[in-house]
Design a protein around this ligand. Sequence first.
Ligand code: BES
Ligand code: ZN
Length: 636
Amino acid sequence: MKRSGLPFIGGVGAMAVTLVLASCSGEEKKTETTDKQKEELVLIHSHAQPAESKVTHLSWDADVDFEKKQLRATATYELENAPDADRFILDVRNLNIETVSVDGEPTDKWWLGEGGDYFGQGLEVEIKPTTKQVSISYSTNPDAQALQWLNPQQTAGKEHPFLFTQSQAILARTWIPIQDSPGIRYTYDAHVSVPSGLMALMSASNPTEIDSTGEYDFKMEQPIPSYLMALAVGELRFQSIGDETGVYAEPSVLEAAAYEFEDMQKMLESAEEIYGAYAWERYDVLVLPPSFPFGGMENPRLTFATPTILAGDKSLTALIAHELAHSWSGNLVTNRTWNDFWLNEGFTVYFERRIMEAVYGKDYTAMLQVLGRQDLMKTLGELGEDSEDTHLKLDLDNRDPDDGMTDIAYEKGNAFLMMLEEAVGREAFDAFLNKHFEENAFKTTNTEEFVQRIKQDLLKNDAERYAELKIDDWIYGPGLPENAVKVESDAFSKVEANMEAWMVNDDLSAMDPTGWTTHHWLHFLRNLPDSITLAQMQQLDRAFGFTETGNSEIAAEWYVLALEQGYAPADDAIDAFLVDVGRRKFLVPIYSAMVEADPTLARARAVYAQARNNYHSVSVHTLDELLKWDEYDAES
Ligand code: BES
Ligand code: ZN
């Protein structure tokens, strides 16, 4: 079904919009929108036209069918319409739309626009200005990009299947027809049916026990953008940590997870002390199977996390502080478009480190800052100092947002906020950020508005100061401006001294790594000289057991080094890691090092062939490109 002349091909660009507003006398009056309103109406990466008709509430009723790897669902939308609205437009991608009704009446007045790969299609439904409700019945396809359907073998328990979603950035449209822009918020409720014996969880109020009927109800009463829609289904258990915090995991993982995340309640309380009341009632973490493509995802009320942070010693829990911090930066005050992604991630890294400082102290946090800065310098090197992708304000129009979201938003964003903090002092900066969160709660903001706030609120319109701090260079320019705050760690200086002693004496016993944590080891591994010999690699491995380590961060760092140096004793462990773990942050450097070591791609493709089925589409998308999988697939 296609309606001719739909303006649907390509992105929805900026356009001046005239809103028709009803005046008090009942007469219609045309008013030009203000610049601010126009800005808010500019959507990229979405077909929606919220100025005409916008979703305010979603009721989602779904059946989870593991046999067919399919969701069959009805989505009912409550609408807010402009006085002259005649259409409601949603984003869809790879969905089977079955029936549509408007205010309870079935209709065939709906159309799918031209298709675009990552961008999907617009689904337009004819409505009247008075239409209250639209309802859509549909099903997903087994390869729906947001969903990963795991067979029992791919779980910890090996007995039950598992399903999880990953919606950020624009994958929500592959499992729910939705106005898929971070600029559009709505509340939701859901009813989900799953096979008996499994638990369903969402980014909403959640059960704490398995219901033998397999029927679950959810409510999200705070308005959220679509990229925070989330669902997970599996054999899950809950364990409480503090009054507002707890953890969900498969039974065999639960105890380790509860131990690892013991400090979660403290983190939550520290965060509230810094930026004000937590807006989402509960904060729980769900530990997923190892194929989860990210470290963590800040789904409201329920962070989704990789099991690769279960190091056994709480050393990787900065990730929990990070996802928790998103409850303010991102979930409460949201980037208006993906071009403003640094407002989500840069703020969150800054806040994550403030939480870590409050809970674990300054020395601990200094190590995180130095490691973060090392990541940033590496990314700058890879992208090139002049790359536009190193600007804080991105230009992702007409690009898959996933391709432009790099470490820059995180670490350059954090460095920018650290610079501002140093310039005005922590007290003034905290007051400024508190006001920012308070005034923009449950709203979106963009880079230009934030810059405006820096000018007025933080710098009190002191233009000289503004120039001196190089704010425009930070935001609209490449690289890392020279007024970045230097980050240093005494603990790391000691690591360097130890390394030096070992190298000079060519004797490992000259090193004393007593008390070293993951961070010390990461710094050590990252700073080994290129001239390291295979004999020295072996010495290290024998002494510290890197190849067999259960710590994913250390393993990933060591495996890259092993591939760079041609250290063969790690080969089997590397292959096993790649088949087991689907976290993209680890996969990309390891596969890249394999490609460097064997540019024919043969080695990397041989492992990838075994591992690919274990990965979520997000990781597959990146690795298919890296390993030119289309060509290989066509040949074999
Ligand atoms: N929101 C991100 C994950 C994300 C970003 C998903 C962009 C899709 C598109 C999440 O908060 C995040 O940043 N995760 C990091 C961990 C963090 C400690 C830097 C990750 O997954 O590695
Ligand atoms: Zn984040």
